[in-house]
Design a protein around this ligand. Structure first.
Ligand code: GAL
Length: 420
């Protein structure tokens, strides 16, 4: 649970009351986010451009650290000290926790004027609301269950196609290893470990098992033969990574595939943003494919921004302009073309997007209908921040310590799942 003392909350609320000046001018908008890699920064710059075009002053509060754990820590300290940013990258169940603290601005006026309820899939609109009121604006839809590959490496190793099953995957990985290259580029940080783990669970057990075990945290599913097989498969992937993996940032890991040092990377499609920022061409310089066994499923990760209650009308005007800009068709196209994600706004023209994105857009709709559209745990879409953190730590301990047995890991995941 978010720990905001009563005093701290009182301080924040007092700061957010105050009088509203009669005349509204362009305001300053400080945005806390963690988009600091090549592709991420290029994408964030598009939002800055739009806001400056509206005459606002953009104050970039970027906190490095993929996956956002560092940014979440900094945000808490800013709010507790009564100095919240205008907007912050907050997503999934954390939106509800921040809203329950009474510190988020109500965005209904903008959402109604801009007809967000008709422009967003219901699953997304609902995730942006607290007690029926909009308190966050969605930016995109990232798909997490991807594997990225370097076609030159596959060719050199004699791998004819992207693997669709784990038997094919490990056969390909053996060939890449035999060719003297790194089969799997992996960054050893807990959110990256879990990004790989959740794709394995989805591929080995399917969408229903994934939801039972990792979203509902059902002890029966966690302590099942399917979970045993998932953990064994996950551990086997470790044997194809390089010794320098521990602690490596995700984008430096993507660069290994880009440079032909490694064959595969399990990563969400923000990795595509890195390839594109380096001028690489999908289908020619890099390949995208659903992680083995997950072609008919879609692990979603929706980035969003929540606005904090601020007292001045200028600041509120800037916040409203930010929310309108984020959901605008122009930004939805430009940002997502750079970020590797797809627009969250419905009925967007996808003609400028590449085949990876077009596959994502098609599958997002189809998996929603088929019931195989699932939230990413690794990217804070599914469970409380406390449970997510505890489960991630257990899975990373299992990845890092071969002495932890599969049976131990299942027991530890079960108890971590009970974290409130
Ligand atoms: C995710 C975030 C993405 C991407 C990634 C790496 O949690 O939703 O936008 O940036 O982290 O930092």
């Amino acid at each position: 649970m978010l720990k905001l003392s009563k005093l701290a909350t009182a301080v924040v609320l007092a700061a957010s009351a105050g009088t509203i000046p009669a005349i509204v001018h362009a305001g300053e908008v400080e945005v806390l986010h963690y988009w600091t890699s090549g592709g991420e920064a290029k994408s964030a710059a598009e939002l800055k451009k739009i806001m400056q075009g509206k005459g606002h002053v953009w104050k970039d509060f970027a906190v490095a650290g993929g996956g956002g754990d560092a940014a979440a820590t900094v945000l808490k300290s800013r709010v507790v000290s009564g100095n919240p940013p205008a907007a912050a990258q907050i997503k999934g169940p954390a939106i509800q926790e921040w809203a329950a603290e009474g510190v988020l601005a109500n965005l209904n006026a903008v959402a109604t004027a801009e007809k967000w309820d008709t422009l967003l899939p219901k699953v997304v609109a609902d995730a942006m609301k607290y007690k029926g009121n909009y308190v966050a604006v969605p930016v995109n839809v990232h798909r997490v269950n991807w594997v990225w590959a370097n076609p030159e490496v596959l060719k050199k190793a004699g791998v004819a196609a992207m693997p669709k099953t784990y038997d094919e995957f490990f056969a390909a990985a053996d060939k890449i290893k035999a060719a003297g290259l790194i089969a799997v580029a992996h960054g050893g940080q807990n959110w990256q470990d879990f990004t790989t783990f959740e794709s394995v669970v989805l591929g080995v057990g399917g969408a229903k098992f994934y939801s039972d075990a990792l979203v509902k945290l059902d002890p029966k599913a966690i302590n099942s033969d399917t979970m045993k097989k998932s953990l064994e498969t996950f551990r086997k992937i470790k044997s194809y990574t390089d010794p320098a993996s521990s602690g490596r940032d995700w984008n430096l890991t993507t660069a290994m595939v880009m440079q032909g040092k490694a064959g595969f990377q399990f990563m969400g499609d923000w990795a595509k943003g890195e390839f594109l920022a380096a001028g690489k061409v999908p289908g020619k310089d890099f390949l995208c494919a659903a992680a083995p066994g997950t072609a008919n499923a879609f692990t979603f990760n929706i980035d969003s921004f929540a606005m904090f209650k601020l007292k001045s009308a200028d600041a509120q005007k800037a916040q409203n302009d930010l929310a309108v800009a984020i959901m605008s068709p122009a930004f939805q196209e430009t940002f997502n073309l750079n970020k590797g994600s797809i627009p969250v706004r419905l009925n967007m023209d996808m003609s400028k997007f590449d085949d990876c994105a077009k596959t994502s857009a098609k599958d997002f709709v189809e998996t929603a209908k088929a019931g195989s559209l699932v939230p990413s745990i690794a990217h804070s879409m599914a469970v409380s921040p406390a449970a997510e953190g505890a489960i991630k730590d257990v899975v990373s301990q299992f990845w890092n310590d071969d002495k932890i047995t599969v049976a131990d890991a299942m027991k530890k995941i079960s108890s971590a799942a009970a974290t409130k």
